[in-house]
Structure formats: structure tokens, C-alpha cells
Design a protein around this ligand. Structure first.
Ligand code: NAD
Ligand code: TYD
Length: 354
């Protein structure tokens, strides 16, 4: 069988369809590419779920190299029409249901978008003999680590939440399309991101928003779960690099070698905002809560010369400042459906002392 191994994507101008571009990482990626790659055209397909927000892209709305199309990635006909209309040559798939806690409340939408939606995109990419398909994945597909060790690209998949199981399913499908049809697939698996435009259901923006409103900061379990935090712009740089220079059929781990216990992040945010530690509230643990994630990203560093540009010290300060400056952005979010979600997720969950 003929297998693609060419590395560099040799094209002077490309029409790239990105999905989920109105979300946190997708919107940062749109900004990243429009700033740096003047020759590429970006078609952003997003169905605007609760997590999709066109305000994130207000400043590029009329950029000549950018166009938005509202559509569901599971809607094969709609996606096919959009690919045809814009003569799309490659896909970068960010679109997903992305929050672990919501996947515990209900997994169906995660399977629909993350698995079936990805399959629709793969099928159309294959049909059109596209030049690249980049699947944006997560370190959570590897499961949970003990006190030591790192996830490498060879670590067996062991997803523990409905969210990570659906992402692992999508990765397997993408690799299967590469193996079976020689579709030029690449996959990135990144650790936890932070930065501007992150929906305030995720830990860091939730902490900042609650602290600014003098509301309790909910910490799951004993607060000693560990995550490896990376600034979203560094993730965007990694995706851009794997998209253009990654070896076809390969997986690249992306991480900041920046492990933090949740409780220490909570204390840091309070310190940066000059708020009291009395706001910390321990709550019942997340079901099946993964203890520790930590990424070995030596492959992308070695092969593609990628490394994070942000130190955490700088990135977290800048992020806190962004949420202070852009208060209306997140206040608009937390007044809507979010209220219902927050009640359902957090009400009555405080741990009884003793
Ligand atoms: P997000 O929830 O902020 O954004 C997801 C976007 O996808 C939203 O704009 C939403 O409207 C859109 N979307 C959802 N279902 C859709 C559908 N059926 N059709 C079209 N659009 C749809 O998510 P995020 O944090 O930006 O994550 C983006 C990607 O990166 C996801 O695939 C996620 O698994 C992955 N990832 C996230 C992190 C992280 O820390 N946030 C880390 C590693 C990987
Ligand atoms: P989250 O941002 O949901 O990312 P993920 O679960 O994908 O890693 O959560 C990061 C960590 O913070 C995770 O260990 C769960 C914990 N957490 C809390 O302690 N309290 C909260 O309110 C949230 C949302 C998360």
C-alpha cells in the first residue's frame, strides 16, 4: 500500500477549514494564523454551542482572509457544501464538547460531536483528497498518572471520562483513515490550556471570575490533583508547526513541563487578585477524577523545534489581567445558561467540615 510520509506541506497559499473556531483554542488559533500567515485563507465552521462565541472574533470579522460559516460538523451535506464553496484543501478539527464535568452530566453530545462529527470530517477530507487533516486531541486520552512518570506518544490509551473516551475514539478513527486510505492525518495531544477567551466553566477562568465577584472558589476533593498548564498561544504555535511540518500519520504530545496542584493554582490566583484564602471552598470530588497529567513533549521539541514561548509566571499574570480588562466578555457569559449549569454542578456540593 502507498503510504504518505512527506513532511513539509508545500503550498504557497492554502484554504484551511478549521472547525470550532469560535471556542477558546480555535479563536486563539484564528488570531494566531491571521497574524502570521498572510497567504492562508481561514474558513471557520462552528455551530455556536454554549461554548462558541463570535465576540471572540469580532476584531477579524471583516479580515480578507477570514470567513465564518455556521454549521454542525455532524451535518454531512452542510459541511460538504462549505468545503466545495471555499475549495478547502485541509482541515484542522478543534470542534468538540470539551468539558469533563459536562460529559459526566450527559455523554451523548460528546459522542455525537467528538466521534461522529470527526468521522464526517474524515470521510469528506478523504473524498476530496485533502492535503492535511489535523486532529486536535488531548493528553487526557492517556488516562491518569501516579506521582511519577510522563505521558509519551507510546503510552497506551486509557481514557477515564466520557469526554476523554470520545476524544480517544476520534483519534483512533483519524489514524484508521490514515492507515486505510492514506489520508494525510496528524494528531496533537496537548495538556491543559489557559489564556484569553477560555469559557469560565474551566478551572482558571472560573477561579478568576469567582474571585473577582468575591464568590467561593470550589476545589474538588483534596485539591491535590495535578495538571500541566500551557499558554494557549503556545498550543496554537504547536498546532501550526505540526500542521505544516509534522510527519504524516504521527502523533505529537504538546505540554509545558509545568505541573501544578490545583490548590496551588487557586492560591496563586487569589494572591494575584489580592483576595483572601477564605474564599477557598472544598467540594465533593469529581467522579472518576484523574489524579495527575504530565506530558513528555520531547518529540515535538526535538523534531519540529517547538518550545513554549510563555513562562507560567508571565502567562498567568497576563491572563488574570485579560479577565480584569474584559469583564463584560465573561459577565455576558455567566448571566445566561451558565447560571443553570453552575447551580446543577455546584449547589449542595460543599464538603461538610469534620
Ligand atoms: P471549547 O469548548 O472552548 O470550544 C469548542 C468549540 O466547538 C465551540 O466554539 C463550539 O461551538 C464548537 N462546536 C461544538 N460542537 C460542534 C459541532 N457539532 N459542530 C461545529 N462546532 C461545534 O473548546 P476548547 O477548549 O477551545 O477546545 C478545542 C479543542 O482542543 C477540543 O477538541 C479539545 O478537546 C481540545 N483540547 C482542549 C484543551 C483545553 O485545555 N481546553 C487541551 C487539549 C485539547
Ligand atoms: P478543568 O479546567 O475542568 O480541566 P480538566 O478536567 O480537563 O483537566 O479542571 C482542571 C482541574 O481543576 C481538574 O483537576 C478539576 C479541577 N477543578 C476544580 O477543582 N474545581 C472546579 O470548579 C473545576 C472546574 C475544576
Amino acid at each position: 500500500m502507498f503510504v504518505w510520509t512527506a513532511a513539509r506541506l508545500d503550498s504557497s497559499r492554502m484554504n484551511i477549514l478549521i472547525t470550532g473556531g469560535a471556542g477558546f483554542i480555535g479563536s486563539n488559533f484564528v488570531h494566531y494564523v491571521l497574524k502570521r500567515r498572510q497567504q492562508d485563507k481561514i474558513v471557520n465552521v462552528d455551530m455556536l454551542t454554549y461554548a462558541g462565541n463570535l465576540e471572540n472574533l469580532e476584531d477579524v470579522r471583516s479580515h480578507p482572509n477570514y470567513v465564518f460559516e455556521k454549521a454542525d460538523i455532524c451535518d454531512r451535506d452542510a459541511i460538504e457544501r462549505i468545503l466545495e464553496k471555499h475549495n478547502a484543501e485541509a482541515i484542522i478539527n478543534f470542534a468538540a464538547e470539551s468539558h469533563v464535568d459536562r460529559s459526566i452530566l450527559g455523554a451523548a453530545e460528546f459522542i455525537r460531536t467528538n466521534v461522529s462529527g470527526t468521522q464526517v470530517l474524515l470521510e469528506l477530507a478523504n473524498q476530496r483528497k485533502m492535503k492535511r487533516f489535523l486532529q486536535v486531541s488531548t493528553d487526557e486520552v492517556y488516562g491518569s498518572l501516579g506521582d511519577t512518570g510522563l505521558f509519551t506518544e507510546e503510552t497506551p490509551l486509557h481514557p477515564n471520562s466520557p469526554y476523554s473516551a470520545s476524544k480517544a475514539g476520534a483519534d483512533m478513527l483519524a489514524l484508521a483513515y490514515h492507515h486505510t486510505f492514506s489520508l494525510p492525518v496528524v494528531i496533537t495531544r496537548c495538556s491543559n490550556n489557559y489564556g484569553p477567551y477560555q469559557f469560565p466553566e474551566k478551572l482558571i477562568p472560573l477561579l478568576i471570575a469567582n474571585a473577582l465577584n468575591d464568590k467561593p472558589l470550589p476545589v474538588y476533593g483534596d485539591g491535590k490533583n495535578v495538571r500541566d498548564w500551557l499558554h494557549v498561544e503556545d498550543h496554537c504555535a504547536a498546532i501550526d508547526s505540526v500542521f505544516h511540518d509534522g510527519k504524516i500519520g504521527e502523533i505529537y504530545n504538546v505540554g509545558g513541563s509545568n505541573e501544578w496542584m490545583n490548590i496551588d493554582i487557586v492560591k496563586l490566583v487569589l494572591e494575584l487578585l489580592n483576595k483572601p484564602e477564605s474564599l477557598i471552598t472544598f467540594v465533593q470530588d469529581r467522579l472518576g477524577h484523574d489524579r495527575r497529567y504530565a506530558i513528555d513533549s520531547s518529540k515535538i521539541r526535538r523534531e519540529l523545534n517547538w518550545k513554549p514561548g510563555y513562562t507560567f509566571e508571565h502567562g498567568i499574570r497576563e491572563t488574570v489581567q485579560w479577565y480584569i480588562k474584559n469583564r463584560t466578555w465573561w459577565e455576558n457569559i455567566i448571566t445566561g445558561e451558565y447560571q443553570e449549569y453552575y447551580k446543577r454542578m455546584y449547589e449542595g456540593r460543599e464538603k461538610i467540615a469534620g
